[in-house]
Design a binder for this molecule. Structure first.
Ligand SMILES: [Zn+2]
Length: 102
């Protein structure tokens, strides 16, 4: 699909009908190489949108270590996040670990 609109039933006829009624004017003049380039551009746009849901940020060992140490500190302190001092201590500890290993 060239747009984000969904058709009720994904069948060849429905998709063709949607394209002919909604997008025919826009892409009618495209033939040959310009048409192939437009298709590549649309596919690239779609893949970029999908990558938002599939790509994960790289998680380093330092991040994991900091996460576990902070979880340990919070559990030992038995205090909620709204306690200012525990948050400050955790952030300082995380910064120390992450910054020293990267
Ligand atoms: Zn459409």
């Amino acid at each position: 699909m060239v747009c984000s609109q969904r058709v009720s039933v994904v069948k060849k006829y429905n998709i063709r009908h949607h394209g002919e009624t909604h997008h025919a004017e826009k892409y009618r003049g495209l033939y040959g190489q310009p048409r192939r380039e437009k298709v590549k551009e649309l596919i690239a746009g779609l893949k970029k949108q999908q990558s938002v849901f599939t790509s994960r940020p790289d998680i380093s060992a330092a991040d994991v270590k900091a996460s576990y140490l902070i979880a340990n500190d919070i559990a030992l302190a038995s205090k909620p996040y709204c306690e200012c001092e525990i948050v400050k201590t955790c952030i300082l500890k995380a910064a120390e670990i992450v910054c020293s290993e990267s």
